[in-house]
Structures are given as structure tokens and as C-alpha cells.
Design a protein around this ligand. Structure first.
Ligand SMILES: Nc1nc2c(c(=O)[nH]1)N[C@@H](CN(C=O)c1ccc(C(=O)N[C@@H](CCC(=O)O)C(=O)O)cc1)CN2
Length: 300
């Protein structure tokens, strides 16, 4: 068997087209132009790439983009002041602080300062709670993107055994909420889980979000299972030349693709969905702030 490759890049592009249509409708029917503010502190090269993509794609779908590039020695108080300002602004519907922030800044403190009404990452305690009890609001971007890919691939997820590997606040925990909501039987595995290979072999759906290159082996996959690889790991690639690197996921892709029914590649799988879902969340927060029902095709 050779797995179907789930093309996240193409799906994200279609999603952005739908988002652009929603933006146009908000403008023409309601006089609203959604605005997204993205804040980066420091010069981490990968973060700069992500932030530039976010800003570019925000403009491409017709929203206003506000980008704040702060030096790495920016103080916590200064960053908190900027967030306070953005919380107050009527033309800003979404605020995102790119993670990681430098060590001298307390990321939790920063996240908690973002108004839940503008928290397009769905990181604030209020929005995490809303997600857990199924209230309308933004949904964590990478899990939302993964869910959209799963539903597109499998239709109804009801009754399926889902194993999520990784229990982070960013991916593992919100992913478990979303799959539970879709009536999967969900197991969240982590570093203390016993017999991880055996557990994975019971899964109809595997979501790998551990951040360890190719940790999930091909022979851990149940034949026909759907594999969502959230990992984005940069590793040495001597085969490409001295000093060269490449991106790999958390799953041993070549071997897993021989067994799985469908699998996301890295790059080109879940990554592009993360940014598209950020734009989707900005539509959601814009609608909720203006007493409009968020479009059902952009949320969970
Ligand atoms: N505030 C946030 N910070 C971070 C988040 C987040 O959701 N909110 N997630 C990650 C980084 N991230 C978005 O910010 C992100 C990561 C990867 C991709 C992506 O499209 N990856 C490409 C490969 C890109 C490359 O060549 O490096 C792919 O997988 O095809 C988009 C967004 C941490 N921080």
C-alpha cells in the first residue's frame, strides 16, 4: 500500500480563497475590514519567515496587516504596553505574538495580556476554556488546520481511535478537545506513556506533535491509518552537500507512507494550514466583535 499524500499547501490555498470571499463580504455588507497585528521580538530566522508569511497572506486576502518587529532586548513592560495599545484599537481584530519570545520575557504573562476577543492564537485561558466547552471563538491554529485536513480526508471522524503524541498547550491538548468534539476516542500519549509503538498500532488517526525528528516509526502505523505530522524539525542533510539542512516531521515519512492510508508531508502538510487558520480566526474574532455569526466553514 502507498499512502495518499495529504496536500496541506493546496488545501490552505483553497481555504485562503474562501477567506478572501468572506473578507469581501464583511467589507461590502458590513463596512468592516478585519485587521491582524503580528508582533515579533528578536531575529530568530524561522520566526521571521513565519511572521513575513503571515503578514503577506493577511494582505493577500484583503485584510489590514500591522507588523511590529521589536529588537531582541525589548523589555517585557514595553511589549505589554504595545499589547495594551493593540487591545484598544478598533482597527485591530487579531493580535499574535510570535513564539518563542526571548528568555527574559515571560510568554505566559504576554499571552494573558492579549484581549480574549483578539486572541487569534487561542492561547488565553478564556479561549482555551471556551474551546474545551464548545463555545464559539477562535480555535488553536495548528489543531484547527489538522482537523480540517482530517475531515476532508475521512469525512465523519465519529468512533475512530485517535492517538495524539504530545501534550503541549499549543497542539496536543487543543487537538484532543477537537477530536473529542468530533466523537473520536482520544488518547494523548507523552514521554511517560508505556508501549507507545503498541498504542500507535491501535490508532485509526495519529497526530504526531512531539518535536522529535522521525521519532514515530513506520512499523508503529496501523495499515490504512491516517497520519497527521505536525513536527517541523530542521536536521543536517549531508546528502545535499556540506552544511546543508532539510525539514523533517516527527514521523519516519518514507516508511510510514508504505503503510498508512493517508499522510501529511513535511514540508507542505500541516504547516501551511497553521497560517491559513490564523486568517480564519481573524474573521471569527471580527464577526464575534460585531455581533455577527462567524462563517461555519472557517471554524471547528
Ligand atoms: N504565536 C504563535 N507562534 C508560533 C506558532 C503559532 O501558531 N502561533 N506556531 C509555530 C510556527 N508557525 C507559526 O507561527 C508556523 C510554522 C510552520 C509553518 C509552515 O508553513 N511551515 C512550512 C515549512 C516552512 C519552512 O521552510 O521553514 C511547511 O510545513 O510546509 C507555518 C507557521 C511556532 N510559533
Amino acid at each position: 500500500m502507498t499512502a495518499q499524500i495529504i496536500d496541506g499547501k493546496a488545501f490552505a490555498q483553497q481555504l485562503r480563497h474562501r477567506i478572501a470571499d468572506h473578507v469581501e463580504r464583511l467589507k461590502t455588507e458590513h463596512g468592516l475590514t478585519p485587521g491582524l497585528a503580528v508582533v515579533i521580538v528578536g531575529e530568530d530566522p524561522a520566526s521571521q519567515v513565519y511572521v513575513n508569511s503571515k503578514s503577506k497572506q493577511t494582505k493577500e486576502v484583503g485584510m489590514n496587516s500591522f507588523k511590529y518587529e521589536l529588537p531582541k532586548d525589548t523589555g517585557e513592560a514595553e511589549l505589554l504596553n504595545l499589547i495594551d495599545e493593540l487591545n484598544e484599537r478598533d482597527d485591530v481584530n487579531g493580535i499574535l505574538v510570535q513564539l518563542p519570545v526571548p528568555d527574559h520575557i515571560d510568554a505566559d504573562k504576554i499571552i494573558k495580556r492579549i484581549s480574549p476577543a483578539k486572541d487569534v492564537d487561542c492561547f488565553t485561558p478564556e479561549n482555551v476554556g471556551r474551546l474545551a466547552i464548545g463555545l464559539p471563538g477562535p480555535v488553536s491554529c495548528t489543531p484547527l488546520g489538522s482537523l480540517m485536513l482530517l475531515r476532508d480526508q475521512l469525512g465523519k471522524l465519529e468512533g475512530m481511535n485517535a492517538v495524539i503524541i504530545g501534550r503541549s498547550n499549543l497542539v496536543g491538548k487543543p487537538m484532543s478537545q477537537l477530536l473529542l468534539r468530533d466523537n473520536c476516542t482520544v488518547t494523548v500519549a507523552h514521554s511517560r506513556t508505556k508501549d507507545l509503538p503498541g498504542l500507535c498500532r491501535t490508532a485509526d488517526i495519529i497526530v504526531a506533535a512531539v518535536g522529535r525528528p522521525e521519532m514515530i516509526k513506520g512499523d508503529w502505523i496501523k495499515p490504512g491509518a491516517t497520519v497527521i505530522d505536525v513536527g517541523i524539525n530542521r536536521v543536517d542533510a549531508p546528502e545535499k552537500g556540506e552544511g546543508k539542512t532539510k525539514l523533517v516531521g516527527d514521523v519516519e515519512y518514507a516508511e510510514a507512507a508504505k503503510v498508512a492510508g493517508a499522510i501529511t508531508p513535511v514540508p507542505g502538510g500541516v504547516g501551511p494550514m497553521t497560517i491559513a487558520c490564523l486568517l480564519a480566526n481573524t474573521i471569527t474574532t471580527t464577526c464575534l466583535a460585531n455581533d455577527l455569526t462567524p462563517p461555519s466553514d472557517l471554524t471547528a
